[in-house]
Design a protein around this ligand. Structure first.
Ligand code: ADP
Ligand code: MG
Ligand code: MG
Length: 252
C-alpha cells in the first residue's frame, strides 16, 4: 500500500528526514516511536503533504501512485488521513456538516454518487456506535471548546466516517489522559480491516498498551534505526531510548 524509499526532507533548509525506508501493507498497524525531535511528526506531515516540509530526495508510492506528486487534498481523497492535526476551531460548523462535505468530496473523487441526508444519517449512526460517540458532541461546533478527550473522540469519529485506506495518527499531545488514549485505541482497533492500514506515531509506549502494532520502528535522527514487533516497544518502555542512541553511535 505504502512504500517509502530513501526519503529525505528538510524544514526551513534544515535536513530532518535522512533516508527513511518503510513499507506498509494492507491490514497492518505500524508504530513509529523515537525520542523527541527525531522527526516523527515531520514524517507524518510529509506524508500528508504539508507545505513547510520539502522533500529533497527519495520516493513515496501509495497504491502504486506517486504520493509526493499529489496535493494534500488529493492525498486525502485517495484515502490518506492524518489524524490529530485537524482544524482546531471552526466556529459555526458542526462536525456532521463538516463530515458530510468531506465524505461527499471523497465520493465525488472516486466517481460515486453523493450520499443524501438519509443515507448520510445512517452512516453516521453506524459509526457513532462503532466509536461510541455522543450525539451532543457531534452537534457542537467543530472542536470549539472541546476537551482533549472530546477532540480525540471527534477525530476518531471523523476517521471512522471517512474510512481512510491509510490512517496516520500523530500523538503530538503528550497530555492525553487514559480515557482519551482508550478512545483512540478502541477506534483504531475497531476500524482495523484487511483493506486498510494505520501508522501510529507516538513518543510513549503507553498508547501501545491498547493498540497492538504488527511492527514497531524506532526513528532516531531522521532515520529508522531499528524495527521489530511489539516486544521492541516494551523494551523501549523498560530501557528508554539511550541504548538505541549508543547502538547507533557504536556502529557509525
Ligand atoms: P518529533 O515528532 O520526533 O518530536 P519533529 O518531526 O517534530 O520530531 O521535529 C524534528 C526536528 O525538526 C526538530 O528539530 C524540530 O525542531 C524541527 N522542525 C519540525 N517542524 C519544524 C518547523 N515547522 N519549522 C522548523 N523546524 C521544525
Ligand atoms: Mg516532538
Ligand atoms: Mg512529534
Amino acid at each position: 500500500m505504502l512504500k517509502i524509499k530513501n526519503l529525505h526532507a528538510t524544514v526551513e533548509g534544515n535536513p530532518i528526514l535522512k533516508g527513511i525506508n518503510l513499507e506498509v501493507k494492507a491490514g497492518e498497524v505500524h508504530a513509529i516511536m523515537g525520542p523527541n525531535g527525531s522527526g516523527k511528526s515531520t514524517l507524518a506531515s510529509v506524508l500528508a503533504g504539508r507545505e513547510e516540509y520539502e522533500v529533497t530526495e527519495g520516493e513515496v508510492t501509495f497504491k502504486g501512485k506517486d504520493l509526493l506528486d499529489l496535493s494534500p487534498e488529493d492525498r486525502a481523497r485517495e484515502g490518506v488521513f492524518l489524524a490529530f492535526q485537524y482544524p482546531v476551531e471552526i466556529p459555526g460548523v458542526s462536525s456532521t456538516n463538516f463530515l458530510r462535505t468531506a465524505v461527499n468530496q471523497v465520493r465525488e473523487y472516486r466517481g460515486q454518487e453523493p450520499l443524501d441526508a438519509v443515507r448520510f444519517l445512517s452512516l453516521i449512526k453506524e459509526k457513532m456506535k462503532l466509536v461510541d460517540i455522543d450525539q451532543k458532541l457531534l452537534s457542537r461546533s467543530l472542536n470549539e471548546g472541546f476537551s482533549g478527550g472530546e477532540k480525540k473522540r471527534n477525530e476518531i469519529f471523523q476517521m471512522a466516517v471517512l474510512e481512510p485506506t491509510l490512517s496516520i495518527l500523530d500523538e503530538t499531545d503528550s497530555g492525553l489522559d487514559i480515557d482519551a488514549l482508550k478512545v483512540v485505541a478502541n477506534g483504531v482497533n475497531q476500524l482495523k480491516s484487511p483493506d486498510n492500514a494505520t501508522i501510529v506515531v507516538t513518543h510513549y509506549q503507553r498508547l501501545l498498551d491498547y493498540i497492538v502494532p504488527d511492527y514497531v520502528h524506532v526513528l532516531f535522527n531522521g532515520k529508522i534505526v531499528k524495527s521489530g514487533t511489539k516486544e521492541l516497544a516494551m523494551e523501549l518502555e523498560e530501557k528508554g531510548y539511550d541504548w538505541i542512541k549508543e547502538e547507533v553511535s557504536g556502529t557509525a
